[in-house]
Design a protein. Sequence first.
Length: 119
Amino acid sequence: MYTALICPCYADGIEQEAKRHGGFVARGLMAHHPAQPDATSNWVFALLPGEPPEAGEVIPLAADDVIRSLEAERERYQVMARQHPDTLWQEAIRALDEMLDRLYRNQTHTHQPPVAQTA
């Protein structure tokens, strides 16, 4: 599994496979493309199976960066939920919690402790 920023057309083709393997495509969370940091794009965060392809529609990102972005979005949604208490914001928060949980679990599976060296 890897974390990435992906373009909408790539998201369309990989979303179901990502879900089958415990990943996700975070539709609705507009991310900034690194080459255009001041512009809003339709690119989205994702946790995907396998290894990143050498395609221009996928930009691998560190899991910590994706986690920080999703946590910031969750905080923003919590503020909105307090101001406008309806189920829409609560559903969005639950969806973010699910994505964050998958990221946290994926990190524990991919980060192995260092092997002790013997002299």
